[in-house]
Design a protein around this ligand. Structure first.
Ligand SMILES: Cc1cc2nc3c(=O)[nH]c(=O)nc-3n(C[C@H](O)[C@H](O)[C@H](O)COP(=O)(O)OP(=O)(O)OC[C@H]3O[C@@H](n4cnc5c(N)ncnc54)[C@H](O)[C@@H]3O)c2cc1C
Length: 458
């Protein structure tokens, strides 16, 4: 049961080899999620010699465990972006995310993508006020939003804010298709090829501690930046985890929904192979802080049964995503001291369009082209202002864990990234780190970074 609907209904798997030689390339991309695959495709089709290294199987990370809404409606964000970055930048954010949808439409075939309206809904007076403020931001940015009242959901809604004609994808089939296009354009993809060490000065990577890849430019699309970069971004990313249950349904929804009140819920249906699936997503919390995670699945099971009257739950899974303090991802060259190293992360659970946006920024930088979103998404930006204060409050726990984790709490193993105490996640049967979101399998091997070394379970 604990398996993603998307991974379970993927196309028959294309076999990509494990790296078994020392190689050289123009651009090495680490990570085979949507972010890495899009970057590989964009650069290969421009004639760059591209290698993509994936430690497990492509699309097995967040991209295979997402909700798959390909939309520029990223929860309540535009009023905040105008306040933090000004109108012009907020408009750039909207425009480039809309362009990412257009990119998706230009690639997708068959059931990989479907158009759908994106709808925010409120269930309280306070939520409705927030929707009104967001609508005002839509107007300022000339976004085609519409305030309304009723929805097709069998729950009470006070108000809705609709962004029409967005889309949703089967993220794994879409990503598999993208991988094929990248390979057809000349990219070389290697699976089960774990980057265990990076020497940024010598421009080489060690893969599976056995082979080397020499590169001119390096793009890190590992979701959370892997260990060797810990001095750069780790304190400016907060990781949150959410849970998904999916049941067979008889009717598809016209829209895809997200609530603005608590408890947060994201809802969509998906139709492919003649079947309809209903996805209910929520129960988010900071990654790695909870052991008794079964309760989250139970809550969603109960809701999908009682509220949506769907008893045939076929899949349940959970996943996490990092977010930056100011809500905008980090994409582009990391710093002027290592201009040939690029990073793509911090999508705040809106990485379907944002990974495409990030890939375009990075590809344009490598190809020497101007990209109007480069400044907004720059990884080395400063000026987080009140956002950083808020983030520090939220991540106060990180500091507690980091300084006190060795001494107290449990006898759980110590994370190999920065020495925080991990927690046993009873539903997923993993060791999860509350500090930066690393996750380890029962046997101690790394499931998700930033850690790259296994746990010591002795
Ligand atoms: C529950 C949930 C729901 C979401 N819903 C939506 C949604 O509806 N719409 C939306 O826009 N976004 C959504 N998101 C966010 C979106 O899924 C992610 O932001 C996006 O998939 C991230 O893509 P990525 O390529 O950066 O990371 P990933 O897909 O995680 O890919 C990173 C890859 O890097 C590999 N890797 C890591 N370390 C190494 C290494 N050392 N060597 C080699 N490979 C390595 C990993 O194995 C992995 O395959 C959701 C996220 C969650 C958690």
């Amino acid at each position: 049961m604990l398996n993603s609907l998307w991974l379970h209904t993927a196309y028959p798997k294309d076999q990509y080899p494990k790296l078994d030689d020392d190689l050289r390339c123009d651009v090495c991309i680490v990570g085979g999620g949507l972010s890495g695959l899009t970057t590989a495709y964009l650069l290969a089709k421009e004639g760059k010699d591209v290698i993509l290294l994936e430690k497990d199987s492509i699309l097995g990370g967040a991209s295979g465990n997402t909700t798959g809404k390909l939309t520029a409606q990223h929860d309540l964000v535009y009023a905040k972006l105008i306040k933090q970055f000004g109108e012009a930048n907020a408009k750039i954010y909207y425009d480039v995310n809309e362009e990412a949808i257009a990119f998706g439409r230009s690639i997708a075939v068959n059931d990989e993508l479907k158009d759908a309206d994106s709808i925010l809904f409120s269930q309280t007076e306070q939520g409705t006020e927030q929707l009104q403020q967001e609508m005002a931001a839509y107007k300022t940015l000339r976004m085609p939003g519409e305030l309304g009242k009723n929805s097709e959901l069998p729950i009470h809604t006070e108000a809705t804010l609709t962004l029409k004609n967005e889309s949703q994808i089967h993220p794994v089939r879409f990503g598999q298709h993208l991988a094929k296009l990248a390979v057809e354009a000349g990219a070389r993809i290697f699976e089960h090829s774990d980057v265990t060490l990076m020497d940024l000065k010598k421009k080489l990577l060690s893969v599976n501690s056995a082979h080397e890849v020499h590169f001119n430019e390096l793009v890190l699309c590992t979701h959370y930046p892997i260990e060797a970069l810990r001095g750069l971004q780790f304190m400016k990313l907060l990781v949150t985890r959410s849970y998904v249950v999916s049941a067979e349904a008889t009717m598809a929804l016209q829209g895809q929904y997200i609530s603005v009140d608590s408890p947060k819920r994201s809802i969509r249906t998906a139709q492919f192979d003649g079947k309809t699936h209903f996805l209910l997503v929520g129960e988010g919390h900071q990654a790695g802080v909870e052991s008794e995670t079964n309760v989250h699945y139970k809550t969603l099971h109960s809701e999908i049964d009682k509220i949506y009257n769907l008893s045939n739950v076929t899949h349940a899974w959970s996943a996490q995503d990092p977010q930056t303090p100011d809500l905008v991802p980090y994409a582009g060259s990391i710093s002027s001291s290592i201009p040939y190293v690029y990073l793509s992360t911090g999508f705040r659970k809106w990485g379907m369009t944002n990974s495409i946006v990030s890939a375009h920024i990075i590809a344009d930088q490598i190809l020497g082209r101007v990209n109007r979103a480069s400044g907004l998404y720059a990884p080395d930006r400063t000026g987080f202002g009140s956002f950083l204060l808020q983030a520090m409050k939220t991540t106060g726990l990180v500091l507690v864990e980091f300084t006190g984790g060795h001494l107290t709490r449990t006898d759980a193993p110590i994370c190999t990234h920065m020495g925080c105490r991990t927690r046993w996640n009873e539903a997923d049967e993993t060791w999860d780190c509350p500090c930066h979101g690393s996750r380890f399998r029962k046997d101690g091997s790394v499931l998700e970074g930033p850690a790259t070394k296994p746990l010591n379970l002795d």
